[in-house]
Every structure is written in C-alpha cells, then in structure tokens.
Design a protein around this ligand. Structure first.
Ligand code: BES
Ligand code: ZN
Ligand code: ZN
Length: 485
C-alpha cells in the first residue's frame, strides 16, 4: 500500500529523493527543508553529487536518512532507466532496516510518478515464500515496508497501484510450485476474484465435459497427468452494449516435462512457469474488475499438465481436436499449441469474439530470436498490431512484431493428418510456425498472438527492473490495451 501526498513532509524514517542533473546545475531545491538544502549545497560545492543516472548518495539529517537518487539529464531521461535507478535505491543496503519511506518526486510529469510506483511495487517484489529468515537478520521485508509518495502530479495514481497488484498476482502464481499451482488452484483463484460480481459468469470444462465436447488435443496433452485438465471461460460484461467481446486466452501448462520427448536437464527446471500465459490472463482479470472496465471481455485459460509416463500421449499419434481437424504429433513437447488450438476453436465457435489475443510461453525459438526483453507479437491485422504496440510503448511491457503470411501454411502441413504440431523446415523460425499453427484454428477471427517464452520468467539477476523469477509479462500490456480499445 502506498500513501499519496502532493508535497514532501520529510516525516518518515527515510526519504528517497529523485534529483535530475538539471536540478543540481540550477540549484533548484526549494522544496527541501533548510538542513537538507545546506547539506546539498556542501555536496554541490565539493562536486560529490552530480545527479548522474543511477547515482546514490545518502545524507543523514538527525535521525533521518535522505537517499539522493540521480536520474540524469531531463532531456535524455528514459522511464525504464528511471525505474531501474529508483529500484536500485529502494533495494540499497542503506534502506534495508528502514520501515517507512517517503519517495519524493519533484517532477510534475505524471508518467514519472507512475514509473516510481512501478519501481516500488514491481521493482521491489521478491519471491521469498520458501526462504527461512535468519533470526539475527534485522532487515525489513520489502513487502512489509510502508511507502509514501510525494508527487505533484494530478492523475489518480491508485490505478497504477491497482495494475501492479495484478502483475504481482501473476508472478505469485508463476513462481510457486507446480504441484501447488494446479488447475484446481487456478480455478479457485478465479472464483475468488469474481465472487459476487453480477456482470461475470463462468463456463468450466473439466475432463468429463471435454470428452463429451471432443476437445481431443487438450485431453491428449493432459493424458499422462493425475490432475484434472480445465478450460475456464470467464465472461465479463462491462459494456453498456452487447457483443464486441475481446477474448484473452492463456496457455496454462502447470508443468511442462516435454512429455515422451522429455526435456533435458538445463531446460526442464523452470517449467513450472509454463502457465505464465494463464497467469497473465488471471492478473488482467483482477485488474479489469478492480478498474471496473466498461468493456466486454472473455478471459480464458487452458490448463493441463504435460507429464511423462505410461499414460502419456505419444510422438507419431494423430489426434482429432475440437475443430474437427486432425493433428500429427511431431513432438510431445510442442503441447502449448495443442491446448490453445482447442481453446481458440472452442471460444471462436461458441462465443464469436470480435477479436482474440492469445498469450503463451510457446517457443524456445522466441528466446533465441528476441531474448528476454521483448515479447513476440504475431497478428493477422495491422490495426490490432498498432494498438498493441502503442500499449507496449505506454507500459514498457514490450512487444516486437514477427511476420505471419499466407505461404506459412505449408510449414505446418502433414502427410498423415490435416496439420502437424511441428514446424518445417526443422529449426526454421519456430516462433512463427507455432503461431501459424494457432492461426489455422482462428477461423478468420482478428487475432494476435503473444509469445512470452523469453519475457515471462528470468533466472539469475533479473532483467530491467524485475528481480529473479516471474515478471508478470503481458499484464500491463493487455490491461492497457483493454483500457484504451
Ligand atoms: N514451454 C515450451 C517453450 C519454452 C521454452 C518456454 C523455453 C519457456 C522457455 C514449449 O512447450 C516447448 O517446449 N516448445 C518446443 C517446441 C518444439 C518441440 C517445436 C521448443 O521450443 O523447443
Ligand atoms: Zn513443451
Ligand atoms: Zn510448454
């Protein structure tokens, strides 16, 4: 929780003060109290604090720590760099034992204040559920710190805070164990979010209903698992008029072993994150409800576990899906496109959405092509692409477009079935051929595909302003898209 005020009071244990190079040069510190002004002018005279981007400088005044944070020259300031610098300040050892922090933004630009909110809520997020704290460790958990934001801006910053909560819900679901975050837990999470909401209804397909309705591909993927497969469709009717639904469909593989085409060591360990698409859908659903969006939206998650064992589906199988098309299984590790094909076909046929976005940790090839900072975007509609790219620019939840074109059809052709789940030629543009596979189940619907294989989860030090683990990729992007379109 963040408390907001329009001017600084310096009444917390610590303050974090953003200072640009321009401010240091022009010596404009009129919002500071006398002792802080004196201190800064000493620093200035000795040239110790320049306001360089990322520079941190603690100044003690009586019992209060004032951490100065350089944010560089205003003219070449990027909001990404700002988020990174503020995160660095908030996580610096100087503040580790501090319980309450006032963050002071002397910039009337609302975008700056919003970026700071993201530094606080997204930047300091850490997955610590299973880390036992040492008794001698006196540091304060980031999640239990109290923040006050002093910013002159006009907009309602609460919305930014709301959206960050959706991002972090997705991250919690992704980071936890696969045997905790099962299809049952995802269903429960959704039911809690929509409880008591009159404009929301749910259609749930479990194994029994899937058998009756012939979602053969989804069932095949889950065949080796002891858990229930689920297709969960949440119908959110927020618009005054009927129709014009946007469907948002997430891949929810709670664990991807690869199946009989088993993943090797080095590639399997993080595969609890293979439900990041479903998590992004749930985070966006939370935001949609909290922001009370006046839009009609279908939130859909296709949940299964790609397990290995004697019941598992097999390479070389031919399986008929909900659409009626048969699929040759070239590789049991290309399971995401199978569950999504059934989900897309089911939603298109039964709900006829005006447009459809699917989101999935679909291909390792996307990590090769774009790395960890850009989500792959593929779509059959240029206007849709422009809108999503605009949301990407607005939110810093980044996408980069890859092509979809008619000649791709043959890349997923099969000699023994209608289509094959493995692209051809082998190893060529795996992200695009996977998207083309999905494309063939959209039945002409305006469609966009987001491949978040690289952006959803980060091992090691974390990238940009995200720590280790899940990032919540797609939540800010699609929330912004739904707000504006
Ligand atoms: N879940 C993986 C994709 C993935 C890889 C996500 C790395 C995150 C990080 C997906 O189900 C998969 O295994 N795809 C295969 C497809 C191949 C067999 C055509 C891949 O990318 O190797
Ligand atoms: Zn796989
Ligand atoms: Zn997968």
């Amino acid at each position: 929780m963040i408390t907001y005020r329009t001017s600084a009071k310096f009444d917390s244990q610590a303050s974090v003060i953003l200072i640009s190079k321009d401010q240091v040069k022009s010596k404009k510190f009129n919002f500071f109290n006398k002792s802080l002004k004196d201190q800064i002018s000493v620093l200035n005279q000795s040239n110790q604090f320049t306001g360089e981007d990322g520079q941190l400088f603690p100044v003690m005044i009586k019992k209060q720590v004032n951490l100065l944070v350089g944010i560089g020259a205003k003219k070449d300031m990027s909001l990404t760099a700002l988020r990174i610098s503020v995160r660095k300040a908030l996580l610096s050892p100087t503040l580790s034992r501090v319980k309450d922090i006032e963050v002071i933004v002397h910039d009337k630009d609302d975008e700056v204040a919003k970026a700071v909110i993201e530094s606080i809520l997204i930047g300091t997020y850490a997955w610590k559920k299973y880390v036992t704290k040492d008794k001698s460790d006196k540091s304060v958990e980031n999640s239990s710190k109290k923040y006050t934001l002093a910013a002159a801006g006009k907009s309602d910053f609460k919305d930014s805070e709301t959206i960050c909560a959706g991002v972090n819900l997705a991250r919690d679901l992704i980071n936890d164990n696969a045997d905790t975050v099962t299809s049952d837990l995802l269903e429960k999470t959704i039911r809690q979010l929509v409880k008591g909401k009159k404009n929301i209804s749910i259609e749930l397909l479990n194994k029994k209903e899937m058998k009756a309705k012939k979602l053969g591909l989804h069932l095949a993927v889950n065949q080796g698992s002891n858990k229930e497969p689920k297709l969960i469709i949440v119908k959110y009717s927020g618009a005054a008029k009927k129709g014009n639904y946007t469907a948002f469909i997430g891949k929810g593989i709670t664990y991807d072993t690869g199946g009989i085409n088993l993943k090797p060591s080095g590639h399997i360990e993080t595969m609890r994150m293979d439900m990041s698409g479903a998590a992004a859908v749930i985070g966006t659903l939370k935001n949609t409800i909290a922001l009370n969006l006046k839009k009609n939206i279908l939130f859909v998650i296709a949940v299964a576990e790609n397990a290995i064992g004697s019941f598992a589906y097999k390479p070389g199988d031919v399986i008929r899906g909900y659409s009626g098309k048969t699929v040759e299984i070239g590789n049991t590790d290309a399971e995401g496109r199978l569950v999504l094909a059934d989900a897309i076909a089911y939603v298109v046929k039964n709900y006829k959405p005006a447009r459809l976005i699917d989101i999935a940790t679909l291909t390792g090839a996307c990590v090769v092509a774009l790395g960890h900072d850009y989500t792959g975007l593929m779509t059959n509609d240029d206007k849709f692409s422009r809108h999503l790219v605009r949301s990407s620019n607005d939110t810093d939840d980044r996408v980069w477009r890859l092509p979809i074109y008619p000649e791709l059809k043959k890349s997923v052709s099969s000699k023994i079935a209608d289509i094959r789940n493995l692209g051809y030629p082998k190893g060529a543009a795996g992200t695009v051929t996977a998207a083309e596979f999905l494309h063939q189940f959209t039945d002409g619907t305006t469609w966009a595909h987001l491949d978040i294989a690289g952006t959803a989860f980060e091992e090691g030090q974390g990238r940009l302003y995200f720590g280790h683990g899940a990032t919540g990729a797609g939540v800010r992007l699609v929330t912004n898209y739904l707000q504006n379109n």
